[in-house]
Write a protein that binds this ligand. Structure first.
Ligand SMILES: Cc1cc2nc3c(=O)[nH]c(=O)nc-3n(C[C@H](O)[C@H](O)[C@H](O)COP(=O)(O)OP(=O)(O)OC[C@H]3O[C@@H](n4cnc5c(N)ncnc54)[C@H](O)[C@@H]3O)c2cc1C
Length: 478
């Protein structure tokens, strides 16, 4: 089926995740006709948003689902800390201020929240959890968008864009083996990052990228991002910046989602394929450290590592999809993992000998540490000695990339020559690098998509063609 090109839409939205849907709803509520083009088939619609659980928004007081206040200043301080100051302060502050209203707005669009569950990185005060997870959240947004009259076409990949200077003209869409041109008065680019494009990842990571697992959708290949850069949009960020965690090496190449993540590093030791430790497993509380382990494993030979622990720790963390590898002795465990058994036994003996007595407490930065060993384990260091022994093999799991297009406070794309695009906007992963120069704090991906998506949709609705007058006030209700 060809897309109906007789009707020229006011706003063309490329992508089908949170950013796209927030933009579509906001544009439609501001009176625009809206078409969404989503490259995935309907079942897989919604990209990485399908896998999410929560969103980080500022709020002045506790709510029915949030355990306490999270003020704008604290949110900003958290962002500064995780990015090491590598953020656009103006955009970040604007996003955080706008995030306050997002808690109400997104509920008005049909999304429901629930209190956080245990084992979710202790985010009950700062992050709002979606009732039923990301897929339920997305389904609610699609329902609302369709109810408002937004048209959605699946299996429709935008492969190219036509710009005249800073003005968007049309998009080339590939569908069922044919290409078509779709013109619209404004464009919202919300097609995610390029994390599923291994060749592009290789430009920054080299051959190591072949061993990366992609935690989310195989459809975020950066095709639209490339088209925007070709059309003259200004790039922000570099190829290696991304969110990456250590996930079970047995996970599928794509779309393994949240259940392949492993949260037991702090309870054991982590060794590489030479059975050598390479980083302080107990450096800080896990919510502050989980997002560094993807990079750490990426730097190891063959991009593989093994978390080793014993029976004393088995029930201290949330179980993941696959059971751990289990063995009666360390030597047997090494054989099952394909590691040199003598080397692993020595690493373990050295570690055990370096453990100093302390009071083990996984809820605080306790005083259980090692002495006289490199790398040190700063907290939660206990001898690994109680059979059976366990291991999880881990690989870098790429969540999403940060290289994207530069935007301004109205989510307008900035062109390489410094001009601002007249009618082209971006939201979500495709512009995440404006806020996230590096690092990550849980829940910010959805904040970026929701806030910039809503702004992009609203602004796109007002980006009339040159000969039309621009309404002076937003019309949005609900
Ligand atoms: C396992 C996992 C768990 C996560 N958990 C959280 C969480 O709890 N909280 C949080 O804030 N963030 C989380 N994230 C990050 C979060 O998913 C993203 O930041 C967010 O969903 C991005 O939204 P988006 O709309 O920009 O992109 P996506 O939701 O990925 O949507 C992009 C869409 O664009 C489509 N597309 C791509 N290219 C084209 C094209 N050329 N033409 C047409 N369509 C195209 C894709 O099919 C997809 O539907 C998680 C990510 C993963 C992988």
């Amino acid at each position: 089926m060809m897309i109906n090109t007789k009707q020229e839409y006011d706003v063309l939205i490329v992508g089908g995740g949170n950013a796209a849907l927030c933009a579509a709803i906001a544009a439609r509520r501001n009176g625009a006709t809206v078409l969404i083009l989503e490259s995935a088939p309907k079942f897989y619609r919604g990209g990485n948003t399908r896998h999410t659980r929560n969103m980080r928004c500022a709020h002045d007081a506790a709510t029915a689902t949030l355990s306490g206040p999270y003020l704008e200043d604290e949110f900003f301080d958290d962002l500064l800390r995780v990015t090491g100051g590598n953020t656009d302060e103006t955009l970040a502050k604007m996003m955080i201020a706008e995030s306050k209203d997002m808690l109400n707005w997104i509920v008005q669009q049909g999304v429901r929240f629930q209190p956080s569950l245990g084992g979710t990185l202790s985010l009950g005060r700062t992050n709002s959890f979606f009732l039923g997870g990301g897929r339920a959240m997305l389904n609610a947004l699609y329902r609302t968008a369709e109810h408002l009259g937004v048209d959605v076409v699946y299996d429709a990949e935008v492969v190219d864009l036509d710009f005249e200077g800073p003005r968007f003209r049309s998009a080339t869409v590939s569908r069922e083996g044919k290409t078509q041109r779709i013109s619209a008065k404004a464009l919202v680019a919300a097609a995610g990052g390029f994390e599923a494009n291994i060749e592009w990842l290789k430009e920054g990571w080299g051959e190591a990228a072949e061993n990366f697992l992609i935690r989310g959708t195989p459809y975020n290949r950066g095709v639209l991002l490339k088209a925007l850069l070709r059309a003259g949009a200004r790039q922000i960020g570099d190829t290696t910046q991304c969110h990456a965690v250590a996930i079970d090496a047995r996970a599928p190449k794509f779309d393994g989602g949240i259940i392949t993540r492993l949260d037991c590093v702090v309870f054991g030791i982590v060794v590489n394929k030479n059975a050598e430790r390479f980083y302080d497993e107990g450096e800080d509380v896990w919510p502050k450290r989980y997002a560094i382990w993807g990079r750490l494993v990426a730097a190891q030979p063959d991009q593989i590592a093994y978390i080793i622990f014993d029976a004393a720790s088995l029930e201290l963390f949330m179980p993941s999809l696959y059971p751990p590898v289990k063995a009666a002795t360390i030597e047997e465990l090494a054989q099952k993992l394909g590691l040199d058994d003598e080397a692993l036994a020595k690493t373990l003996a050295d570690f055990n000998a370096a453990v100093r007595p302390g009071t083990f407490d996984p809820t605080i930065l306790d005083d259980c540490s090692t002495e006289g060993i490199e790398p040190k384990k700063s907290h939660w260091a206990r001898r690994i000695q109680k059979a059976p022994f366990y291991a999880y093999p881990v690989r870098p799991g790429i969540t999403f990339t940060y290289l994207g297009v530069r935007v301004d406070e109205k989510a307008r794309i900035v062109m390489d020559d410094g001009r601002t695009a007249e009618n082209a906007f971006a939201a979500g992963e495709i512009m995440a690098g404006n806020v996230l120069g590096q690092g990550y704090a849980a829940g910010i991906g959805m904040t970026i998509g929701s806030v910039f998506g809503r702004i992009a949709g609203r602004e796109a609705a007002f980006a009339m063609s040159a000969d039309e007058t621009r309404p002076s006030r937003p019309l949005e209700t609900a």
